[in-house]
Design a protein around this ligand. Structure first.
Ligand code: GRF
Length: 201
C-alpha cells in the first residue's frame, strides 16, 4: 500500500521538493496527495502545481478566530485522507482540532538539535550561542513549540566562518535527506510511539 502524504508549507518548499522527488520512485512507498499553505504565493504551492498535485491555502486572517482556522485547516487536510501529515517549514502551530485528528501522525522538521534552539530562528540562535554542532530534528508534533517526541536527529558541524545563511543552507541539506529517509521508512514500515520514545523500524 502506498502511504498518502499531505505536506504543509509556508515557504520555498525545498523539503517538499525532496519528498516529491523521492515519491517519483514507486519503491519509496509514499505519494504526496496534497500540499497546503498558510499564506498566498509560496514556493511550496508553486512546486505542487508544477507537479500536478492538488493544493490549498488556509489563512488565519480569513477566519474570525484561531479555532475556526484550525477547524478549516483540519477539514482541508482530512479531505485528502492522509496517513501522514508533514509540516515542512509550516510556520503555524496546529490547534486542538488538528492534533485531535492527526496527532501521532503529524510530523515536523526543525533546523536545530532539539530541545536546543526551538522556534523560527534555530540556525541563528545556534550560531549566536556558539555551539560547535547543531543539526536538524524530525519529531511528532504536540501542543508545544518544537517539544514533541523525537523521531530522528542529524548533526551538522558549525564552521568558524559560518554565517546564518551558510549554516542554514548546510543544515537544510542534511535535513532534507533525513526527512526523506524517515518518511519513507515510516510509510513502508510504520512507527511506534511509547511516551517520548519513537521507534521507526
Ligand atoms: C526548514 O529548514 C525548516 O526546518 C524550517 O524552515 C525550513 C523550510 O524550508 N522550519 P523549505 O521551505 O522546505 O525550503
Amino acid at each position: 500500500m502506498t502511504a498518502r502524504l499531505v505536506v504543509l508549507v509556508s515557504g520555498s518548499g525545498s523539503n517538499l521538493q525532496a519528498l516529491l522527488d523521492a515519491c517519483a520512485d514507486p519503491a519509496f512507498g509514499a505519494q504526496v496527495v496534497a500540499v497546503g499553505a498558510d499564506r498566498d504565493d509560496t514556493g511550496g504551492v508553486a512546486r505542487a502545481q508544477d507537479a500536478g498535485i492538488p493544493s490549498f491555502v488556509c489563512r488565519v486572517k480569513d477566519f474570525g478566530t484561531r479555532s475556526e482556522w484550525d477547524m478549516a485547516l483540519t477539514a482541508s487536510v482530512a479531505e485528502f485522507k492522509p496517513d501522514l501529515v508533514i509540516s515542512a517549514g509550516f510556520l503555524k502551530l496546529a490547534g486542538d482540532e488538528f492534533l485531535g485528528q492527526f496527532g501521532g501522525r503529524y510530523v515536523n522538521t526543525h533546523n536545530a538539535l532539539l530541545p536546543a534552539f526551538p522556534g523560527i530562528h534555530g540556525p541563528r540562535d545556534a550560531l549566536d550561542y556558539g555551539v560547535k554542532i547543531t543539526g536538524a530534528t524530525l519529531f511528532i508534533v504536540d501542543e508545544g513549540v518544537d517539544t514533541g517526541a523525537i523521531i530522528a536527529q542529524v548533526a551538522v558541524p558549525v564552521l568558524d566562518d559560518d554565517t546564518v545563511e551558510s549554516l542554514t543552507e548546510r543544515i537544510k541539506v542534511a535535513e532534507r535527506a533525513q526527512l526523506v529517509d524517515y518518511v519513507g521508512r515510516m510509510a513502508r514500515e510504520g512507527w511506534t510511539i511509547n511516551g517520548r520514545k519513537v521507534t521507526v523500524p
